[in-house]
Design a protein around this ligand. Structure first.
Ligand SMILES: [Zn+2]
Ligand SMILES: [Zn+2]
Length: 141
């Protein structure tokens, strides 16, 4: 497990929340997925650790984690919501809609893009997680 429990507890506490067992299970499950994972997957895996977890607990916890920026919200090629643990650095993906491979975009490329948007439109991009869909090199050959 790469995630740091102390950070979670601290961030939850600061905002007046506790790290309940069920919240812990849900965070662990997202961490184990090591990438993007859907609500369905989270629910299915969390259930194995704690029979008492129901869907609404999963939804409520995910909303809370996103609000507190413990978890990033994205979407997969089906437009379904996916969740992922927040990492130290910002990261961005190129996702192939054919083979579903996932390539990291160098963050300077995205920062340059955001900077251009700021200059041209006076618009401050606040999203620190970009997912771009398309066709990868292998699939277009
Ligand atoms: Zn991501
Ligand atoms: Zn591909």
């Amino acid at each position: 497990m790469t995630h740091n429990k102390t950070n979670y507890i601290e961030r939850l506490h600061k905002n007046g929340y506790r790290l309940t067992n069920q919240r812990q299970v849900i965070l662990d499950v997202i961490c184990q997925a090591n990438g993007h994972t859907t609500v369905g997957e989270i629910y299915y895996r969390a259930k194995k650790f704690d029979e008492g977890i129901d869907r609404s607990t999963v939804y409520r916890s995910l909303d809370l984690f996103v609000k507190l920026r413990l978890v990033i919200l994205g979407e997969n090629i089906d437009g379904e919501r996916v969740y992922e643990l927040v990492k130290e650095d910002q990261h961005h993906h190129l996702v192939c809609t054919n083979c579903e491979c996932d390539i990291d975009i160098d963050s300077w490329i995205v920062e340059d893009f955001y900077e251009t948007i700021r200059k041209e439109y006076d618009f401050q991009v606040t999203k620190d997680h970009l997912m771009v869909f398309g066709i990868c090199r292998k699939c277009s050959e």
